[in-house]
Design a protein around this ligand. Structure first.
Ligand code: GLN
Length: 354
């Protein structure tokens, strides 16, 4: 059953129909008994805030048994101390006047790690257009996110901007464009989520730097192939600091909302063209969860980006952005609780891009 999404000015109406949810499991999504005011078809709410609490309760129930499975990232000692039993989820709708909603530990700050890669990519595309794609691919990696062998095989052209090698190239370009890649990223995030307290965690940054032999090797290999414009230590420093940014689910969901708004920022100005926003989402779908991107698409069906701090950002174009946090990771470096939460959400609501 096709359900048209809420019609937010110039945004929702252009997006594709979303299928109805699994009515056997969550009947009020498919039957029209949606909580909140009725939308243009009486099923999806329009304008006013929807009560997501019933959906969040279902997700909390699904996630609970899995909170102890998986392992907190060990290779960055500052992250290894985080309690694996935490879980939070935030949802921010495309209507920039609507506050985000959430459940659990959604307001607890955590290390954003590779979630930062989505934003640096967007900032480089915004400033530089398509030029980046001569230096970075946009294909699934099929290899771990920090693979040296793959970079060597590809002669220094990273498979996509979300594996570490690709992200280092993006940070290098952002550094050239701005003179301060990490500062540009922090300022952008502060603006988008409206929280001036968003900041780096120097302990995490220092810890990554002193344990960052593999990233260092990737950067040197890139430099050997002539793929970096800036000195390796500068690129690495900005990369480690961007990964050390500390944010909560709410602020991350708000900050990524331009991806669901087809490129429009929180203040209504345009960051990316519609095509560029589509492309960032497409690259998230094929590579945002590394060599598990196929399995993630199979289970969740949304463009998404994960980080080893346990965060996942998922985009429902034209509708909303989700951010989950569960620090325990699977063997690919993706949050086990986050995947269950997003799988549950798209299964119950039908809000997938497929
Ligand atoms: N800072 C981490 C690293 O470079 C980010 C990896 C990740 O979140 N997947 O290894």
């Amino acid at each position: 059953m096709g359900v048209r999404p809420a019609a937010f000015a110039g945004v929702g109406r252009l997006s594709a129909d979303f299928a109805g949810g699994d009515t056997r499991v969550f009947p009020w999504f498919g039957s029209g008994r949606m909580l909140g005011p009725g939308g243009d078809n009486g099923v999806t709410p329009m304008g006013g805030a929807m009560d997501y609490q019933a959906l969040f309760s279902e997700i909390d129930r699904a996630v609970e048994p899995a909170l102890s499975s998986g392992q907190v990232a060990q290779y960055i000692p500052a992250l290894a101390k985080v309690d694996p039993g935490r879980f939070g989820l935030a949802l921010a709708e495309v209507d920039a006047t609507t506050a985000a909603q959430g459940t659990g530990d959604w307001l607890v700050p955590f290390s954003i790690q590779s979630l930062s890669k989505v934003f640096t990519l967007a900032l480089v595309l915004a400033a530089d257009g398509d030029a980046l794609w001569a230096r970075v691919g946009r294909e699934p990696s099929g290899a771990p996110f920090n693979s040296l062998a793959q970079l060597e095989r590809q002669h220094g052209i990273p498979r996509n901007p979300f594996v570490n090698a690709g992200a280092l190239v993006v940070t290098d370009r952002l550094l050239t464009l701005t003179g301060d890649a990490r500062g540009a990223l922090r300022d952008f995030l502060r603006d988008e989520c409206g929280n001036a307290a968003v900041d780096f965690d120097p302990v995490v940054a220092e810890c990554e730097s002193s344990h960052g032999h593999r990233n260092s090797a990737l950067a040197h290999l890139l430099a050997d192939y002539g793929r970096l414009d800036n000195p390796v230590p500068d690129v690495l420093e900005h990369y480690f600091w961007q990964c050390s940014l500390t944010m909560n689910c709410r602020d991350l969901a708000l900050s990524a909302r331009f991806l669901a708004r087809h490129g429009l920022r929180a203040d209504g100005t345009r960051l990316l063209t519609r095509s560029e926003a589509k492309r960032v989402n497409a690259v998230m779908l094929i590579g945002g969860t590394y060599d598990a991107a196929g399995e993630f698409a199979h289970r969740v069906g949304l463009p998404a980006k994960s980080g080893v701090g346990g965060g996942i950002i998922a985009v429902i174009p034209g509708r909303s952005v989700l951010c989950t946090w569960g620090p325990a990771l699977d063997r690919h470096g993706n949050s086990t609780a986050g995947i269950i939460a997003l799988d549950t959400l798209t299964t119950l609501t039908g809000w997938s891009v497929f």
